[in-house]
Design a protein around this ligand. Structure first.
Ligand code: G1P
Length: 274
């Protein structure tokens, strides 16, 4: 069973500067809730019980958001605003959220390594905050967990991208394909499009075995001079099977302005009062 999840949220959010100077990109709202709350809710709806959010020094707004605000809640109660009180008090109810600071931003792989003590010796999920999924039938992470139950190995959630877009992602190199799921023989972080082994891109959802931590400890810098999770996953393939499955849920890259706007419009269309 996958009960623990890690959400790396320590990045600078350069694509949304200057607002991200003062507001963590994970706190940018889809109408009235921050994007990270949707990621937390996806994890919860997928059966996750404990979440570790990896933050950095200017991300205190995330920690505050998932805490009670006793003063605000007391005032709402006193004024008889029960519905609003429930809305505020009920944020991320029924799931345990922990935080750790990544002291220097050395890359996604280094961020995930900060979760070692929290995860211990069990398989765990990683959800990247830029990738917001809306599942028709089930949450995106549950799609991965269902494959995990069958394969008992690391699984990457993927989507198909155009050849032009392969340099933006980690790209999978399948060995064999069975329905939506493929056994991988390689994965490469942000290849030139001429070198892309396929158009199956990692979409920000992972189930990883704890063997990844020992690999991450000695993982050399890769693309962009950063310690890349993708490179560590490639190394994991020398000792364990790693699979990928194409996610059915709709994905918004909320780190991109166009997708962020699309997400807001789609969410508004689902909300009768808007
Ligand atoms: C990260 C991963 C990349 C993955 C992408 C998905 O890249 O390194 O492999 O395809 O997320 O969003 P980033 O977008 O953080 O540069």
């Amino acid at each position: 069973m996958i009960k623990k999840a890690v959400i790396p949220a320590a990045g600078y959010g350069t694509r949304f500067l200057p607002i991200t100077k003062a507001i963590p990109k994970e706190m940018l709202p889809i109408i009235d809730r921050p994007t990270i709350e949707f990621i937390v809710n996806e994890a919860k709806a997928s059966g996750i019980e404990d979440i570790l959010i990896i933050v950095s020094s200017n991300k205190n707004a995330i920690v505050d958001y998932f805490d009670y605000n006793i003063e605000l809640e007391t005032i709402l109660k006193l004024k008889g605003k029960e519905a609003l009180y429930q809305k505020v008090h009920g944020i991320a109810e029924g799931i345990n959220i922990y935080f750790v600071r990544q002291k220097e931003q050395l890359g996604l792989g280094h961020a995930v390594l900060q979760a070692e003590a929290f995860v211990g010796n069990e398989p765990f999920a990683v959800l990247l905050g830029d990738d917001l999924y809306v599942g028709k039938n089930k949450p995106a992470l549950k799609e991965l967990i269902d494959v995990y139950e069958n394969k008992k190995a690391s699984i990457l959630g993927t989507m198909e991208v155009s050849l032009e877009n392969t340099p933006k992602y980690g790209i999978c190199d399948p060995k064999s394909i069975e329905g939506n799921t493929m056994l991988l023989k390689g994965v490469v972080e942000k290849p030139n499009k001429e070198d892309a082994p396929s158009r199956h891109a990692i979409g920000g959802r992972y189930i990883l075995t704890p063997a990844i931590f020992n690999i991450l400890k000695t993982q050399q810098k890769g693309f962009g001079g950063e310690i890349q999770l993708t490179d560590a996953i490639l190394n994991l393939m020398t000792s364990e099977d790693v699979y990928a499955t194409s996610l059915q849920a709709k994905r918004y890259d909320v780190g991109s302005k166009i997708d962020y706007i699309e997400a807001i419009i789609d969410f508004a269309l689902e909300e009768p009062t808007l």
